[in-house]
Design a protein around this ligand. Structure first.
Ligand SMILES: C[S@@+](CC[C@H](N)C(=O)[O-])C[C@H]1O[C@@H](n2cnc3c(N)ncnc32)[C@H](O)[C@@H]1O
Length: 232
């Protein structure tokens, strides 16, 4: 159990598997696990987030595309793209093939930290990715997202957030930060206020929380939304 290696990780400043490069096999099995974790939740979340006036949707770091497929199901006018690494997209492709809405899903292979995000979207969905990256990396991604959004378009973030400025609540978000310390180079969990500041710095505005029905989201039932200003 990697938690027993916490002292080593804190002392070295490196995650537990820093010697092993990620293999496509690992990424594929991780991506299937993501799908099994979120397939029920995604249907429930998709029913609660209005996308009536949207046409083009990007699931950034969308992995298996479970959320993209759920939003396609709930919104017949929508076309969706999942951007992720090639091995993750193999899973998304397999799932899209067996889903009646899969013909409205496109795949974009790439690394959104280094590569350009292709296309212009009404909505960018950034789910369970914020916690993998540092504040400066997330700021860089938010700037790219702003450029990938139509004026007035929306970024919607699903993640676990700390709710108080001291970063003590909720306990689960703090425990998850330890997991990020163990497994990622720069990941963490962040207070809402910090994420809002990065969003504004990246040129996104009108931030608001979307509250989900209890027990229906991946985390504490809150999504964070921001918009590209109409005039930018
Ligand atoms: C924790 S999973 C979340 C998957 C999905 N968004 C969800 O909520 O179920 C994070 C995903 O982000 C992808 N990802 C992380 N960094 C990425 C990058 N720089 N470029 C492309 N994909 C990335 C990973 O491959 C993985 O599929």
């Amino acid at each position: 159990m990697e938690w027993s290696r916490l002292t080593e990780v804190v002392a070295s400043g490196l995650p537990v598997d820093n010697q092993e490069p990620e293999t496509p096999e690992y990424r594929r099995s991780f991506t299937w696990a993501m799908h099994h974790r979120s397939q029920e939740l995604a249907q429930q979340v998709a029913k609660q987030v209005s996308m009536k006036s949207a046409r083009l949707f990007l699931d950034l770091g969308g992995g298996p595309g479970t959320y993209a497929l759920a939003f396609l199901k709930a919104n017949p006018q929508l076309q969706a793209t999942v951007m992720d690494r090639p091995a993750a997209l193999e899973v998304a492709q397999a799932l899209a093939k067996r889903d009646s809405v899969g013909s409205r899903l496109s795949l974009q292979a790439g690394n959104f930290i280094n590569d350009k995000i292709a296309g212009i979207y009404d909505i960018v969905w950034y789910s369970n990715v914020l916690h993998i990256y540092s504040p400066s990396e997330n700021l860089k991604v938010f700037r790219k997202i702003r450029r990938a959004l139509k004026p007035g378009g929306r970024l919607i973030i699903q993640d676990t957030f700390l709710e108080d400025p001291q970063g003590l609540r909720p306990l689960e978000a703090n425990l998850f930060a330890v997991t990020m310390l163990l497994y990622t180079d720069t990941g963490n969990t962040y207070p809402f206020q910090d994420v809002r500041k990065w969003l504004h710095k990246a040129g996104l505005s009108r931030t608001r929380l979307i509250r989900l029905k209890k027990g229906t989201g991946d985390w504490e039932g809150q999504l964070l939304e921001a918009r590209r200003p109409v005039s930018s």
